[in-house]
Write a protein that binds this ligand. Structure first.
Ligand SMILES: [Fe+2]
Length: 180
C-alpha cells in the first residue's frame, strides 16, 4: 500500500492525485492517526486473515464487488457517493482480493488528505471517527472482504458541525491526542 499526500487539484477523483515530486507519508504518521495495515499475499491469505480477525474480534465477513462492468449506468453516481467525506461509528476493515482503489483519510490537525493506494493483499483498518472517503481508480474495479464484529455500523456520517461533536469523533481525537 502506497501512502502519499493528495495534491488537492480538481479533476477526475480516480486519477492518482500525487504531487510531482510525490510527498510520501510514513508508516509512523499512519500509526499516529491510528490507521492499521498489514500486507498478506492473496494466495493462501485465509489463515492469516482469520488469525487477525480472531485476535481483533471480527467474527463476520462478506465480500463486496464494485466495478463499472458490473454496475453499468449507476457506477458514476455510486462512486461519487463513496467520495463524500464522512466517518463511521465503527472501524472500516477491508482486505483487497483483486482490483485497486484509493482510501483518502484526513490527517489531524493539518486537515490534509492522505491517499492510501490499496491493491490485492492489503488489509486496512480505518478507525472509527476518522474522516475519510473512497474511490476506485481508473481500472474501475475492486473486490474486497469486509470484516466486522456483530452489527456493523457502516452508516456514513457526513462531515459537518453535528458530526464534529459525535462521541465517536471526539473519542477518535482523544486516541490520537488531538482536541478534547
Ligand atoms: Fe467509509
Amino acid at each position: 500500500m502506497r501512502a502519499y499526500y493528495f495534491d488537492n487539484l480538481s479533476g477526475d477523483q480516480r486519477l492518482p492525485h500525487d504531487y510531482d515530486p510525490s510527498r510520501p507519508v510514513s508508516p509512523e504518521t499512519l500509526a499516529s492517526l491510528n490507521i492499521k495495515h498489514w500486507t498478506i499475499p492473496v494466495l493462501g491469505h485465509e489463515e492469516k486473515v482469520d488469525a487477525i480477525a480472531k485476535e481483533r474480534g471480527y467474527k463476520n465477513r462478506d465480500t463486496i464487488n464494485v466495478s463499472r462492468e458490473g454496475m453499468g449506468e449507476i457506477y458514476e453516481e455510486k462512486i461519487k457517493g463513496f467520495f463524500q467525506e464522512h466517518m463511521h461509528e465503527d472501524e472500516e476493515i477491508r482486505y483487497i482480493l483483486s482490483g485497486s482503489g484509493f482510501f483518502d483519510v484526513r490527517e489531524t490537525p493539518t486537515d490534509a488528505w492522505i491517499r492510501l493506494a490499496v491493491e490485492p493483499g492489503d488489509l486496512l483498518v480505518v478507525p472509527a471517527g476518522i474522516y475519510h472517503r473512497f474511490t476506485l481508480d481508473e481500472k474501475d474495479n475492486i473486490k474486497a472482504l469486509r470484516l466486522f464484529k456483530d452489527e456493523p455500523k457502516w452508516v456514513p456520517h457526513n462531515r459537518g458541525p453535528e458530526t464534529d461533536v459525535n462521541p465517536h469523533r471526539i473519542g477518535y481525537l482523544k486516541t490520537i491526542n488531538v482536541g478534547a
